[in-house]
Design a protein around this ligand. Structure first.
Ligand code: FES
Length: 253
């Protein structure tokens, strides 16, 4: 007699009263969090990019303005902030999060699409998400500048020191690096098209890189949220210093 495995039934939707078996939290909480957090960050980022001057207080430079490019009256963040913003907008994790949370498109795995003519990311405007890999290249360059800024953030007029801003900038670039180098597209670049991981020196090196990227990639969503928070926090902190609202605690040798 053939013994068959019980077939997992697709979870219909939370409107049917089905509970998420992986979480004790109510079903609405995660999409609500995504909508609120991404809306707030998006609005704040647009305000900084289009309406704010250079976010610089010696020795701190805002991540929105790095590298600093000032040309006439054009806000400096316009030249650089597009890369990390497009990178996040086209990130595989954020795509899942905002498709589900903003559009219910679909609400979850194994839930029917709400629209009849679903064309995924083959039509305007979502087809542009396929350029994620190119946004990755641009963001890697920017992360390099942010590491430079983080080192400079410990230089107080030629003397080594630590300010609260130094710590914030270092934490920010660490989290951004974890997010950027755990990218799914980078993981594919590292080892995606290799048929044999041990057949040559180059293949073995790529395998090691792929394993490293995989470690970061497993918690890609956590890196994404943590780095989003520190980017906003670092910029807000620097702008509050700039406005004279805050005083930076420092320990300078
Ligand atoms: Fe998230 Fe590339 S998939 S940054």
């Amino acid at each position: 007699m053939a013994i068959s495995e019980p077939v997992a039934r697709p979870v219909a939707a939370d409107r049917t009263g089905v509970k998420n078996p992986y979480s004790v939290l109510p079903n609405w909480l995660y999409p609500a969090f995504v909508v609120v957090a991404l809306s707030l960050f998006g609005a704040y980022a647009l305000w900084v990019v289009f309406f704010q001057p250079l976010g610089y207080v010696m020795p701190y430079l805002s991540p929105f303005d790095s590298p600093p490019i000032t040309l006439g009256r054009i806000p400096p963040a316009i030249w650089v902030a597009w890369a990390p913003l497009v990178f996040r907008l086209s990130c595989y994790y954020y795509r899942k999060a905002y498709f589900r949370s903003f559009f219910g498109h679909p609400r979850s795995c194994a839930v029917p699409e709400p629209k009849r003519r679903y064309r995924g990311e083959t039509a305007f405007p979502w087809v542009f998400n396929n350029f994620h890999r190119f946004a990755f290249y641009a963001t890697v360059v920017q992360v390099g500048f942010l590491w430079f800024d983080a080192v400079i953030a410990f230089d107080f007029g030629g003397r080594f020191g630590v300010g609260f801003g130094s710590v914030l900038m270092l934490a920010n670039v660490l989290l951004l690096s974890g997010y950027t180098f755990g990218c799914h597209a980078f993981r594919h670049l590292a080892g995606g098209d290799l048929d044999c991981f041990s057949c040559s020196l180059a293949a073995r090196a790529r395998h090691r890189l792929w394993r490293g990227v995989t470690i970061l990639n497993i918690k890609h969503d956590r890196w994404a949220w943590a780095s989003l928070f520190t980017v906003a926090a670092t910029d807000i902190y620097i702008r509050l210093l700039l406005a004279g609202v805050l005083h930076d605690p420092r320990w300078v040798s």
